[in-house]
Design a protein around this ligand. Structure first.
Ligand SMILES: *[C@@H]1O[C@H](CO)[C@@H](O)[C@H](O)[C@H]1NC(C)=O
Ligand SMILES: *[C@@H]1O[C@H](CO)[C@@H](O)[C@H](O)[C@H]1NC(C)=O
Ligand SMILES: *[C@@H]1O[C@H](CO)[C@@H](O)[C@H](O)[C@H]1NC(C)=O
Ligand SMILES: *[C@@H]1O[C@H](CO)[C@@H](O)[C@H](O)[C@H]1NC(C)=O
Ligand SMILES: *[C@@H]1O[C@H](CO)[C@@H](O)[C@H](O)[C@H]1NC(C)=O
Length: 433
């Protein structure tokens, strides 16, 4: 998987990994970054497929429109995302509704609706990474679909630079409305789009249901109904109440599909009960970032989706900074932590694709440890440096915001692979030895 473009510069592995020898900067031909080979004139992407990486519109296009609204999905489609991401939650009366949080106060007007005031409460649940407690909020799982329909979505006020013209206009879509929207844009824009739902907190949504995998099965059955899955060995009789619309026809093929979860027990279940490629999301499990851990995940998942700093700072600095402890003997037995620049090659060896998250819009802090001095080494100082680093590594999918900008950078990088006239910025060489 590692092409000849990956020439290491002695100890400066990260810099070397990224370096191309020649760079045209303002008409001046420079040689930089150790003794690198010139770029190949017919370079290839280092992804598993050899094709360029797939860009996933994170929560639709949240840089410009309130996330997880039909408008946000349309915007992602217009920007030609390869996949459009929804997050799945479940109402009290069993409807799959799209929202990122299990709670509603940050992105909706729930607090201003008097008839929902009595539903304000606190909850603790295990989200797959550990116990979380959220206090004094309104939760999707306590509401009926009819109550959810009263809500209007707005931009998260933590990000004041995001356009707010559409605050208060759109409601939360159901999973069905998301899937029908993707079918509609496929038909109307004449281009297939991938679906990639994330199941949020299965342990919360399965509590008190008629049997243990109620949430997973319900999500798979809806995906199947809209043409994106074949489901096997699930309790269909438990979902006799599920009344689904008839999907509108699409001329030509639907786009690809995948299903994501942080709860790896659910991820494994989804792989066993459907033909849908599974994305194992990981941010808090040290054992995953070892050779033995990758073997285990690759036994059921098609894609590993770690927080992006596992490729920059690496596992050990990241877990230390996050106060996540690990059993040193267990990590040793699994082969030790994999170095950040080796993670792609080690995963690809196991036929496991990679999908780091999240590449934020350019206004937002990129949120690497190195930005605060929390880890040494390469530190992306712009969105271009960041994306080019991941393009060079060969990560297969990227969760992105401001999709059109990411798309332009991908095309520019692609041109640089095929041309000796590089547009490839080597400013990160300044971080070299
Ligand atoms: C999470 O909460 C459950 C139930 O309250 C408890 O039994 C468990 O020990 C907690 N787990 C962690 C890691 O704190
Ligand atoms: C999909 O398109 C049909 C036909 O134009 C329309 O009736 C329907 O409301 C659309 N669905 C969504 C979820 O946008
Ligand atoms: C399937 O679901 C039904 C209805 O909720 C339940 O009664 C039954 O026990 C379930 N079967 C299994 C095998 O879980
Ligand atoms: C980790 O623990 C230290 C010391 O208790 C604390 O200052 C820091 O905020 C914690 N970091 C995180 C990410 O929780
Ligand atoms: C990347 O660039 C090459 C050479 O210009 C071109 O043939 C190819 O179609 C481009 N890749 C994509 C996916 O467009």
């Amino acid at each position: 998987m590692v092409s000849s473009r990956h020439m290491l510069c002695g100890a400066a592995a990260v810099v070397g990994l990224l370096g191309h020898a020649h760079n045209v900067v303002a008409g001046k031909h420079e040689t930089r970054c150790c003794s690198m080979k010139p770029p190949a004139t017919s370079g290839k992407w280092n992804t598993l497929s050899g094709q360029w990486p797939q860009l996933v519109g994170h929560r639709g296009e949240k840089a410009f429109l309130p996330e997880h609204t039909v408008a946000s999905y349309w915007q992602a489609a217009l920007e030609k995302a390869d996949y459009i991401e929804p997050d799945l939650t479940l109402t009290k009366d069993g409807h799959l509704v799209v929202n990122h949080n299990e709670w509603l106060g940050e992105n909706t007007n729930v607090a201003s609706i008097p008839e929902l005031a009595h539903l304000r409460t606190s909850k603790t649940w295990n989200d797959g990474g550990g116990n979380v407690t959220v206090a004094n909020e309104w939760f999707v799982v306590d509401m009926t679909l009819e109550q959810i329909r009263k809500l209007r979505v707005h931009q998260d006020h933590k990000y004041p630079w995001r356009p707010a013209h559409f605050d208060g206009v759109f409601g939360l879509p159901t999973f069905e409305e998301y899937l029908q929207t993707v079918r509609n844009v496929t038909q109307l824009l004449g281009r297939p789009y991938g679906v990639i739902p994330e199941l949020k907190s299965p342990q919360l949504y399965n509590r008190g249901r008629s049997y243990p995998r109620y949430f997973e099965d319900r999500a798979l059955l809806v995906l199947e109904h809209y043409g994106w899955a074949t489901v096997n060995n699930v309790n269909r009789s438990a979902h006799a109440d599920l009344v689904l619309q008839t999907p509108l026809p699409v001329d030509g093929a639907l786009g690809p599909r995948a299903v994501q979860c942080f709860d790896l027990d659910t991820a494994e279940y989804l792989a066993q009960h459907s033909d849908v490629p599974v994305v194992a999301l990981v941010q808090s499990l040290p054992w995953v970032f070892t050779p033995g851990g990758l073997d285990r995940v690759a036994s059921y998942a098609a894609i590993l989706s770690p927080w992006k700093d596992f490729f920059v700072a690496g596992a050990e600095p990241y877990f230390r900074a996050s106060n996540i402890t690990w059993d040193a003997a267990e990590i040793q037995n699994l082969g030790g932590f994999i170095q950040p620049t080796r993670l792609v090659a080690e995963a690809h060896k196991r036929n496991l694709a990679l999908s780091p998250y999240t590449f934020y819009d350019s206004h937002q802090d990129r949120a690497y440890l190195c930005q605060t001095g929390g880890a040494k080494g390469f530190c992306p100082r712009s969105r271009q440096e960041e994306l080019y680093y991941f393009f060079e590594l060969g990560t297969d999918y990227l969760f992105v915001e401001n999709i059109v900008e990411a798309t332009l950078l991908r095309s520019q990088f692609n041109d640089s692979l095929h041309s000796s006239k590089l547009t490839y910025p080597l400013s990160w060489c300044a971080h070299g030895p």
